[in-house]
Design a binder for this molecule. Sequence first.
Ligand SMILES: NC(=O)c1ccc[n+]([C@@H]2O[C@H](COP(=O)([O-])OP(=O)(O)OC[C@H]3O[C@@H](n4cnc5c(N)ncnc54)[C@H](O)[C@@H]3O)[C@@H](O)[C@H]2O)c1
Ligand SMILES: O=C(O)C(=O)C[C@]1(C(=O)O)C=C[C@@H](O)C=C1
Length: 301
Amino acid sequence: MSQTPAPSPAPAAINRLAIIGVGLIGGSLALSLRQAGYCREIVGAGRDRASLQQAQSLGVIDRFELDICAAVHGADMIVLATPVGAIESVCRALRGCLAESAVLTDVGSVKASVVDAVRIGLGHLPAGFVPAHPIAGRERSGVEAATADLYEGRRVILTPLPESDPQACQAVRRMWEVAGARVEDMPVDHHDEVLAATSHLPHLLAYTLVSSLSRLGEQEEIFRYAAGGFRDFTRIASSDPVMWRDICLHNKEAILGMFKHFARDLELLGEVIDAGDGDRLLSIFQRAKQTRDRFCERPDS
Ligand SMILES: NC(=O)c1ccc[n+]([C@@H]2O[C@H](COP(=O)([O-])OP(=O)(O)OC[C@H]3O[C@@H](n4cnc5c(N)ncnc54)[C@H](O)[C@@H]3O)[C@@H](O)[C@H]2O)c1
Ligand SMILES: O=C(O)C(=O)C[C@]1(C(=O)O)C=C[C@@H](O)C=C1
């Protein structure tokens, strides 16, 4: 009796995906696309042989290259997933190696300076370049922290440029949707202002609080009595210092603008406490509680 052959799997939409910088963010993208069968081959590139070997043995990438040009050879999708301070030098190394049809995207936490870095590094902005930023992550870094479900139900912001080819935008959007994300477009400058408020400011406050307390003479004693409040507020101070140094250096104006806004409110709080104005304290805390409770009720929070 003749058997009906099993239907052949749908062809992978990305033939060769090259990820430059296979850490938490690039590695998680690779894992989720691999799980979905969306790429025929995933090639990793970076500077550190040991971590690329680890990425290969964890099944995150199929193979790796230490030479960035070799890694992007024949790739139809290239993702820059290094800290933002490395993007310019990576793009310099990519000069003359990118196929005209290749789609180039990134995952950087800031966008205006990444666009500048790509323009300077490559010498022009290719039509295939579509900047992107997944609003998902954690305080651990490196490929060992990567997970296939990191982007499930999370937002990814695309900041397409006037130069960006609509088909390249569609390819980047589809890739992130396959990884489980909800994709939205936003202008570059607006992205940098919004993220300065809700991501960069909280990280810098957490780092500063821990750094400031660690220099108190009584630190042995105070940390003995630190508990859930301290742990919750400061989780993100365990994030990668190189990544956050680069974010500060590359989103300076928006971050300093948020510092001014926050410093005014902190000063006001000091005045209200000094004046013993309980009603005013209550109204500040009530507004904050309502805002955070509403945020936490959102399914995507
Ligand atoms: N961690 C987060 O929560 C988060 C969230 C969203 C976006 N991002 C952005 O994603 C990017 C990567 O962050 P991550 O958390 O995956 O960091 P990571 O440290 O886990 O990974 C970065 C990788 O880049 C490699 N690398 C560094 N410099 C390089 C260079 N010059 N050439 C080639 N490879 C290089 C490192 O070896 C590492 O493998 C950053 O731009 C960051 O702003 C991070
Ligand atoms: O959840 C965390 O630990 C993160 O730091 C993720 C987080 C953030 O929410 O601020 C950090 C940086 C990004 O660019 C995007 C997301």
